[in-house]
Design a protein around this ligand. Sequence first.
Ligand SMILES: Cc1ncc(COP(=O)(O)O)c(C=O)c1O
Length: 370
Amino acid sequence: MNIPPWPVSGDRELELLREVLASPQWGGFNPMVAKFERDFTAYQDARYGVSAMNGTVTLEMGLQALGIGPGDEVIVPAISFVSTATAVTRVGATPVFVDIEPSSYNIDPVRAALAVTSKTKAIFAVHFGGPMAQMDRLRELTDAFGLFLLEDAAHAHGTEWRGRRAGSLGTFGSFSFQNGKVMTAGEGGIVITNDEALSERIRSFANQGRRTDGASFFHHYTLGSNYRMTAFQAAVLIAQLERLPQQIELRNRNAQLLFSLLTDVEEIGFQKALPENNIHSYYLLVGHMLKGNRTEFVKKLNKLGVPNTPFYPHTLYQNPMYQRPDSCVVHDCPIAEDAITRSFWLPHRVLMGDEETTRNIASAIREACA
Ligand SMILES: Cc1ncc(COP(=O)(O)O)c(C=O)c1O
């Protein structure tokens, strides 16, 4: 099976990395970091961006800068990577877990509405696997209750909702550039926003409480920390961003071919993006068993040379840390609990081969279902 490896790099990464190495500034104050922030933020259709060392601290930076903390609740979908929930816990607020929708795997706005209390400050939309949550319905909900709509867009680089890119629709959008993401520097993250004052608070927090107007290096105005991205990360990410649009096109072409070759397969179904979600970047190819045994299926598919993962082993609230009393609020999540038993995902590199490889992957999926 000729599935390309991930990550990929080329001459452009080397050229930019050499430029950093030859400079006297390898850290976050190298202009390459500011350039990456400008390039990525503009690509995602937002106005301000603050980069950081990973996509976990970016979530914490955003929440902290919004003043969310002890006594506050933040509504989080039961299916996500743990950082969406721990960021809420780490700022001292309480995550409130609600169910997802069965076809998009994203937060169910009806369930979210039922979970709002007088303590609720925000709702997190996590665009799981790439397809976006119901942003219009979530916006109506957050506007009606005076809440922040936040985007954990760690899976959604280049994904679009009615022509606007992920992360630019909420109060802030947070991205990860961890090793498996569709663009990567091994680690990395950014928060984007259209709110200038919020972006300044985020930058000050990530830069040891300094002011953003160039005031003295040794004057610290608020309690911050050092979350800065290095120039090496930025150099690699500038090159990765330049390649992203063609990669998204390739993954979409191959995904459409794959689906067309599997229309008659009754054993499995795939995650569905909503019609408003006009571009899906395919961070993950998420599927679920309609018939048959998932453990057998994923084992067979791996053996046939198609990498895959049998989904998260549990919902977020089933993690040991959220079993502690008063650590969270949990609403009924039958869809999420079903998803963890029946679902699986294939990494995006599965969609980055040539046509013949995609045809071979479709044959392997058929064989694994049999
Ligand atoms: C949905 C989601 N949010 C946040 C993160 C955290 O990003 P990082 O690994 O860069 O800290 C991830 C990471 O993989 C993720 O999948």
